[in-house]
Write a protein that binds this ligand. Structure first.
Ligand code: ATP
Length: 946
């Protein structure tokens, strides 16, 4: 007998009643599945995961490696070189070696790319969402992959569905199914309906599908399909993973590749044509050899690999600091951020709310207690009051408990909340006076609601006040409720939200068991109290209620949330995160401006903003209402001065980003809600919250903060700057030497020296090994001390900006001068042949080869800093550079002194004295760069003096 039901594929869930569905799936709408059922079904159906089939196949990745223009040119060089060698009856060693390098490079690129894809897949898992489900009669959160058919899942606005399901009950549920149907408008969903079997996917309004997004409302859903049995699973090609688009730098590098290849072609043409014109056809073959070498020398073969590795290491370092990169370009562009627009609640503050003050009509109370523990007292003028006997307080606390979707839980003596901390604080507050949420929810069951949204800044729930007991309608009689329900109404609506907006909708005030008309003086007093609390940095909510004799229609919030009875204010403290103050100061020092954008009250926002150093005492906060009245041009004028935006809605965020961008700012913007997605997409770096963020906001983001913390953004920015600086460093390092090689090779025929100083194979060796290894080591160079003490670099600047291009040319020329002087001397020294005959007369070439390699070692040591002398730096702060330099030097010596290697690489034995001369010449490179640093420092000091 099979103990598990078989949900797929025969059932047509949309044509089935809810009860029948639950029955088929052997579940329970209230208690959910039991642990043993879950275990059994996990075994039967497997984890709720889509098989990754959307990525590129390994073969496609491999083929892509050879679509690189630089590799194609190397292949052409190999062919020409092979033809020349075969014609001369020589073994085509260079051609084979070049082909080997091409293949190796392809394999290396392949391994790196597949590793990068795997790493991104692992990152994706890290950001996998949690799902709220009922299991064993309790509400818990489980990882999406642990869902099984029959699970009872609770969903709400912002959630991305983790499985397919049938809706059991819902409230104003709207779902965007574009991932599945392509339809971008949200679809209204319903529970109490069956549709015909042949209904198409988009019209099955009683079902929800994996991968779609809840844009509004909430629902209870029974899971009908998981993993590959979902509709999304059936079209796995739609899989969206972490995107791995090429970064701006990678794009610029491939452009650079094109330029270099074109340059190489022109050089080859010039050398061959010019040479033949001057020297005649006899010289053709040698000229061709020279130009082949030049073509190989001009291409920085090692560069693409080093860049990929650097970006990958960057993402790893960022994850260690709690910033998860979703789109690779963010790694390098983070360093260019000039403005960080941050939410307040949870990002700048701890999002651990504790109610401190309650304001009833004519009565101010302070509340004691810590955290979410339901213990504390209500003090009036410093004396504890008896909360049970205060009907106004009781009525407010009932509203706190019922107009609420969070739960309080005790785990190992610790009180925790499940859900929104703002609401958790309210459940705790009510419990402090003995009003337990679960008891009250069963006494006054919720029958409808108008859910919270950041635009409305309020929410309402409608509860039934009568219970059907033994077939008779029995009115709930209670001390706290007798006053609220004195109207003998069948339903009570509780509303909470931003005090100003809630009060606006009240025409009465609750006082001493009665609702009386509210007058202007009372309104004024409430608003003043609200301001007072807010300017202490408290987050304040207003509460109201309204009796109904019958249920208002669904979706009628605008008309129904009117003529309310005011209950009171509740003020809660959400302390700033201690580390944020320092992070704000650091970002300011780094030329990055922090801006707070919050839905909260302007005075609360200002108090916290001033405390954190985001704003100064006199600064004003712009409110959402003011924003509404501003034209985009006005806003553009405003954004330069304003650091605090309060009571804003998500669409205002979009306008603020656009205005900042128009002013040339490079904007990072945080967001957590469904409606924040457009602003996150518009921002240069969209940042979602890992803990409190909705799935939709994460999907739209470039980066996810695993700890929701502002300080993490600043840390990630620092890492971004380090990555970018290091990339620039090794580009300088690699391309400088390429220029030196090309000039040296070109100089040989010009100086009339017989033969090509460097063979293509030796050049490949230099570009890949003796340049590549130290470049990799430079890629992990730690942050320079001033990395966060200078303004950000423009993301639009060219890679050659700020002296990089000039440095490359300058150092390339120095390289060439050194090696050409050495070459000239070594040539005549070796031709003079004063030493016994067994030494090759061609060993001047090996001396040039060795000097160029060793000069790059000195370059690597010196280039670690632009301003600090090498002796001022701790050599162990990046031991990899020392290691790479040591290893490369040894490898170079092996090439000269191990006969088989010598034979393969075409080098010649050189005497120890000659080797010393090479060392001496090459160390001049190091000396030169150190002198440059001294000169730059001297210039800067002189400038500072003036
Ligand atoms: P931030 O944008 O910095 O995260 P926030 O959390 O205050 O700030 P929203 O969540 O959009 O932003 O809330 C805006 C306002 O809506 C709050 O200041 C509060 O007055 C009200 N509010 C917040 N949460 C609730 C809730 N659960 N029920 C009713 N009203 C709420």
């Amino acid at each position: 007998m099979s103990a598990t039901p078989h949900p797929n594929p025969s059932h047509v869930w949309h044509a089935l009643e809810v009860d029948k569905t639950i029955q088929v799936l052997e579940s329970n709408a209230e208690a959910g599945l039991s642990s043993s059922q879950v275990k059994q079904r996990l075994e039967e159906y497997g984890a709720n995961e889509l098989q990754e089939s959307g990525g590129r196949s390994p073969l496609a990745i491999l083929i892509d490696q050879f679509k690189n223009i630089m590799l194609l040119m190397l292949i052409a060089v190999a062919i020409v070189s092979a033809v020349l060698d075969i014609r001369n009856n020589d073994f085509p060693k260079d051609a084979i070696a070049i082909s080997l390098i091409v293949v190796l490079n392809g394999i290396l690129g392949y391994v790196q790319e597949s590793r990068a894809e795997k790493a991104l897949a692992a990152l994706k898992k890290l950001s996998a969402p949690l799902v709220r489900v009922m299991r064993d009669g309790k509400l818990t959160e489980v990882a999406a992959k642990e869902l099984v058919p029959g699970d009872i899942m609770l969903i709400e606005a912002g959630v991305q569905l983790a499985a397919d399901g049938r809706i059991i009950e819902e409230s104003n549920l709207q779902i965007r199914e574009s991932a599945l149907t392509g339809e971008s408008h949200a679809v209204e969903k319903q529970a109490d309906i069956q549709v015909a079997e042949e209904t198409s996917l988009g019209d099955r309004v009683n079902l929800v599908y994996q991968g779609t997004e809840v844009t509004q409302g909430r629902a209870k859903v029974i899971v009908t399909g998981t993993g590959m049995q979902t509709e999304l699973g059936k079209i796995a090609a739609l899989l969206q993973g972490v995107e791995s688009e090429p970064t701006p730098l990678q794009q610029r590098m491939s452009q650079l590749g094109n330029v270099l290849v074109a340059g190489a072609m022109i050089l080859v043409a010039l050398v061959v044509v010019g040479g033949v014109l001057r020297l005649g056809w006899d010289a053709f073959e040698e000229l061709l050899q020279v130009s082949l070498s030049m073509a190989v020398a001009v291409v920085p073969e090692g560069l693409p690999a080093v860049i990929t590795v650097t970006l990958a290491l960057g993402t790893q370092r960022m994850v260690k600091r709690n910033a998860l990169i979703r789109k690779l370009p963010a790694v390098e562009t983070l360093g260019s951020v000039t403005t960080i627009c941050s939410d307040k609640t949870g990002t700048l503050t701890q999002n651990k709310m504790v109610v401190q003050a309650v304001e009833l009509n004519q009565k101010s109370l302070r509340v004691t207690g810590e955290g979410y523990a339901p213990q504390g007292e209500f003090l009036s003028d410093g004396r504890a009051i008896d909360a049970d006997r205060d009907s106004d307080l009781q009525a407010l606390l009932v509203a706190c408990a019922l107009c609420n979707d969070s739960f309080l839980q005790e785990e190992q003596g610790q009180w925790k909340i499940v859900g929104d901390p703002t609401e958790g604080a309210l459940v705790t507050l009510a419990a402090k006076a003995g009003i337990q949420k679960d008891q009250w929810s069963s006494r006054l069951p919720r029958v409808a609601e108008f859910p919270f949204s950041s635009e409305r800044k309020r929410m309402s729930v409608i509860c039934r006040t009568r219970q059907e007991a033994g077939g008779r309608s029995q009115e709930v009689q209670d001390y706290a409720l007798s006053s609220l329900a004195s109207h003998n109404s069948a339903y009570l609506m509780f509303t909470k939200g931003s005090p100003e907006l809630t009060l606006e909708r009240c025409d009465r005030i609750h006082t001493g068991d009665r609702a009386v008309a509210i007058n202007d003086a009372q309104r004024q007093q409430i608003l003043e109290k609200n301001n007072q609390m807010a300017s202490q940095g408290l987050r304040v909510l207003g509460f109201a209620y309204k009796p109904w004799s019958e249920l208002p229609p669904e979706g009628s919030e605008e008309t129904s949330e009117r003529e309310l009875v005011w209950l009171g204010l509740v003020g809660m403290l959400d302390a700033p995160r201690p580390e944020v103050r320092d992070a704000v100061a650091r970002s300011r020092e780094a030329g990055i401006r922090p801006i707070m954008i919050t839905g909260d009250h302007q005075l609360t926002a200002r108090a916290i903003g001033i405390d954190l150093g985001i704003a100064q005492a006199g600064d004003r906060a712009v409110t959402g209402q003011e924003l509404e009245r501003m034209s985009q041009a006005d806003l553009e004028r405003e954004v330069d001065q304003t650091s605090i935006y309060a009571r804003v809605s998500p669409e205002h965020k979009l306008r603020i980003v656009q205005a900042l961008q128009r002013k040339g700012k490079f904007v990072a913007m945080t967001g957590d809600g469904v409606n924040d997605a457009p602003a996150l997409k518009q921002a240069d770096i969209g940042i979602a919250m890992g803990i409190t963020g909705t799935d939709v906001s994460k999907e739209a983001s470039d980066m996810v903060l695993l700890d929701d913390n502002f300080a993490t953004i600043v840390a990630a920015t620092e890492e971004g700057r380090v990555v970018y600086t290091n990339i620039r460093r090794f580009i300088k390092y690699i391309l400088g030497s390429n220029i030196g090689e090309v000039l040296t090779i070109a100089a040989a025929p010009i100086l009339g020296l017989g033969g090509v100083p460097l063979s293509p194979l030796q050049i490949l060796w230099m570009n890949l090994v003796t340049d590549g290894l130290p470049a990799l080591a430079l890629a992990v160079e730690p942050a320079e001390p001033n990395v966060m003490k200078r303004p950000p670099f423009s993301p639009r600047e060219s890679i050659f900006a700020r002296g990089l291009g000039w440095y490359m040319v300058r150092i390339g020329i120095i390289f060439a001068i050194l090696s050409i002087i050495l070459m000239e001397w070594a040539y005549f020294h070796t031709q003079a042949n004063v030493i016994p005959n067994e030494l090759s007369r061609d060993r001047w070439k090996t001396m040039v080869f060795t000097t160029l390699c060793l000069a790059q070692m000195g370059h690597a040591l010196a280039i670690r800093s632009n301003t600090r002398l090498t002796i001022q730096m701790n050599p162990l702060s990046n031991p990899y550079v020392l290691g790479a330099v040591g290893l490369t030097t040894v490898l170079q010596l092996l090439l000269i002194y191990v006969p088989p290697l010598r034979a393969f690489f075409g080098t010649h034995f050189i005497t120890p004295i000659e080797l010393l001369i090479c060392f001496g010449f090459s160390s001049l490179m190091f000396v030169w760069i150190e002198l440059e640093k001294l000169f730059i420092n001297w210039q800067q000091r002189r400038k500072a003096h003036r």
